[in-house]
Design a protein around this ligand. Structure first.
Ligand code: HEM
Length: 478
C-alpha cells in the first residue's frame, strides 16, 4: 500500500466522502451524461460537495478531485502508483494497441522517450514547412469564403487543418484534407475520435460481440490507416538506411533510442494512430474556440492583427517557430481560450495499489483500481486570485505579470511525467491559425444554425461554431 498522507488524522474511506445522492442502479449517470458536458457537471458537484467527493457511474463508485495537492500526487506518481483508467485504455487498445497514451510501466517509458523526442524543438523546426503549407491552404480556403460570402464551419476547417499537419508530421504524408472534397481517408479519419468516445461512454461493450455497420466502418478505417502506415514505414526505413536524419515521427521510430529495443510493427502503428488521435481534436477545438472569441470581440482581433502586421511585415505566414514565439498576443489569445474552454478538462486514473491520499480534509484511503477523476481545469473559472473576473475573455491577463500558464488547479496539458508531449506543437498551430486568419479577415459570428454550445465526449469541442468572413478592409498584399 502506498501512503502519501502527512497527517495523523482519522483516515476516511471513499464511502465517507460527500457527493450527489445516487439513484438505484443508474447512480448519478443520468445527471453526468445529461446535456453532454460531463466536465461542467463534475465542476458543479465540486462546488456543492467540496474539492474531493464521490459519485456513482451506474453501480461503479468513483472519486473526483480538484484538490491541487491530491491531483498533483496522482498525476506525478505515474506510472508507478497510478495508471490511466484500464477500461478506457482497453477500448483504445482494441483500435490501436500499444500507443504511448495507454501504455504503462516500462513500455510507456520507452514509447514516451520516442514521442517526446519527435515532438521536441528540433523536430518542430523541421515540421514547420508542413505547418506553413497547410496554413497557406487554410488562408486560401477562407479567401474563397470571403469572395463567395458562404458561411464558414470553423471547427470543420480547423479539424482539416490539424489533420493535415498531424498526418504530415507523423508520417510525412500529404493528406490535404483541407482541399480534397471527394471521398478518401481524409473523410474517414475524423470519425475515429467520436467513435472512440462513443465506445468509452457505452454502458456495455456490444462491439465485442456484434458489429454494427458503424463498427465495421471503424474497423475498415483503422485497417486503411494501418496499410498507409506500413507503406510509409517501409519508405522511412529506406530513407534512414540511406543515411537521412529522421524528419517525421515514423522516421524517429525507425531508429531505436540508445540501449532500447526497436519498436515492434504493432507499436509503430499504435503510436502513429495515438499521435493522430491525441493531436487532432484537441488542437482543432482550441483553435476553433479562439476564432469564436475573436469573432465575438473585434477589438481583440484588431490587436492580434496589429501584432501580426508588425511581426510578419512583408510575409503573410510565419516561417519558423522563432517567429511564432514573437506573436505574443496571439499566444495569449490561445492561453485565454484554453482557460475558458479547456479541451481535456479531466483525466481518469486509477491507483495501482491501495493508497492513502492527503486531502484538504485529512487522509483518504482509496482502494486499488478505484476510478479517480482528476479535474485539471477546475481553477480556470474558480481561482479568482489568479484569474480576476474569470468569465471575461481577456488575453492581456497572460501578458501582465507572471501568470503561470500551467499549475494546478489549472493544468490544461496535464502535469507530471505524462504531461502532454504535443503541447508546444499545439500552441504553435493554434497561434499560427489565430494570427494568420485575424490578419487577413474580419469575422462576424453567424448564429443561424443555433447558439454556439460546448459538448464533451472524450474531449470538449464547440458545436454550431460558424462565422462569416470578409477580407479586411485595408488588406494589402505583402
Ligand atoms: C490544445 C491541444 C492539446 C491539449 C489541450 C492536450 C492535452 C493533453 C492532456 C491533458 C494529456 C494527458 C496528460 C496527463 O496524463 O497528464 C495529453 C496527453 C498526450 N498528448 Fe496532448 N494535448 C493537446 C495536443 C496534442 C498534440 C498536438 C499532440 C501530438 C501530436 C499530443 C500528444 C499527446 C500524447 C502522445 C499524450 C500521451 C502522453 C503520455 O501518456 O505520456 N497532444 N494531452
Amino acid at each position: 500500500m502506498v501512503d502519501t498522507s502527512r497527517t495523523s488524522a482519522t483516515v476516511r474511506t471513499v464511502g465517507d466522502l460527500p457527493g450527489p445522492r445516487p439513484l438505484p442502479v443508474l447512480g448519478n449517470l443520468p445527471e453526468f451524461v445529461r446535456g453532454g458536458v460531463a466536465n461542467r457537471v463534475l465542476e458543479r458537484w465540486c462546488d456543492a460537495y467540496g474539492l474531493t467527493y464521490r459519485f456513482h457511474l451506474a453501480r461503479q463508485e468513483a472519486v473526483a478531485t480538484a484538490d491541487p495537492a491530491v491531483a498533483d500526487v496522482v498525476l506525478r506518481r505515474r506510472p508507478g502508483d497510478f495508471r490511466r483508467s484500464a477500461v478506457m485504455s482497453r477500448i483504445i487498445d482494441e483500435m490501436a494497441p500499444h500507443g504511448v497514451f495507454t501504455a504503462e510501466g516500462d513500455r510507456w517509458r520507452r514509447l514516451r522517450k520516442v514521442a517526446a523526442q519527435s515532438l521536441n524543438a528540433a523536430y518542430l523546426r523541421q515540421y514547420f514547412t508542413t505547418i506553413t503549407r497547410v496554413t497557406e491552404r487554410l488562408e486560401r480556403l477562407w479567401r474563397a469564403a470571403a469572395d463567395s460570402g458562404d458561411r464558414v464551419d470553423v471547427l470543420d476547417c480547423t479539424m482539416r487543418y490539424t489533420l493535415d499537419v498531424t498526418v504530415g508530421l507523423a508520417m510525412g504524408h500529404d493528406l490535404n484534407a483541407l482541399e480534397h472534397t471527394g471521398d478518401g481517408l481524409h473523410r474517414r479519419l475524423p470519425m475515429l475520435f467520436p467513435e472512440l468516445a462513443r465506445r468509452i461512454q457505452a454502458p456495455f461493450p456490444y462491439w465485442r460481440y456484434v458489429k454494427l455497420p458503424r463498427d465495421r466502418r471503424l474497423d475498415a478505417t483503422v485497417r486503411e490507416i494501418e496499410d498507409l502506415v506500413r507503406d510509409r514505414f517501409a519508405e522511412a526505413r529506406n530513407r534512414i538506411a540511406a543515411g537521412a536524419a529522421p524528419a517525421t515521427f515514423l522516421e524517429a521510430l525507425v531508429k531505436p533510442l540508445e540501449n532500447e529495443p526497436a519498436a515492434t510493427d504493432e507499436e509503430v502503428f499504435g503510436n502513429v494512430l495515438t499521435m493522430l488521435l491525441a493531436g487532432e481534436d484537441t488542437t482543432s477545438s482550441t483553435a476553433a474556440w479562439a476564432i469564436h472569441y475573436l469573432a465575438e470581440n473585434p477589438a481583440e482581433l484588431r490587436r492580434v492583427r496589429a501584432e501580426a502586421d508588425e511581426v510578419l511585415g512583408a510575409e503573410w505566414f510565419p516561417s519558423d517557430p522563432a517567429t511564432v514565439s514573437r506573436l505574443r498576443y496571439a499566444q495569449a489569445v490561445v492561453d485565454e481560450t484554453l482557460r475558458l474552454r479547456p479541451v481535456a478538462p479531466y483525466l481518469v486514473l486509477q491507483p495501482t495499489a491501495d493508497v492513502t491520499l492527503d486531502t484538504q480534509d485529512g487522509p483518504l484511503r482509496v482502494p486499488e483500481d478505484k476510478l479517480i477523476f482528476v479535474l485539471t481545469s477546475y481553477g480556470a473559472l474558480r481561482d479568482r486570485g489568479r484569474f480576476p473576473e474569470p468569465d471575461v475573455f481577456r488575453p492581456q491577463r497572460w501578458l501582465d505579470g507572471d501568470l503561470p500558464a500551467e499549475s494546478l488547479p489549472f493544468a490544461p496539458f496535464g502535469t507530471g511525467p505524462r504531461f502532454c508531449p504535443g503541447r508546444n506543437l499545439a500552441l504553435i498551430e493554434a497561434a499560427v491559425i489565430v494570427s494568420v486568419l485575424s490578419r487577413a479577415f474580419d469575422l462576424e459570428p453567424d448564429h443561424s444554425a443555433g447558439p454556439v454550445t460546448e459538448r464533451t465526449t472524450f474531449t470538449s469541442f464547440p458545436q454550431n461554431l460558424n462565422v462569416r468572413v470578409r477580407h479586411r478592409a485595408d488588406r494589402r498584399e505583402p
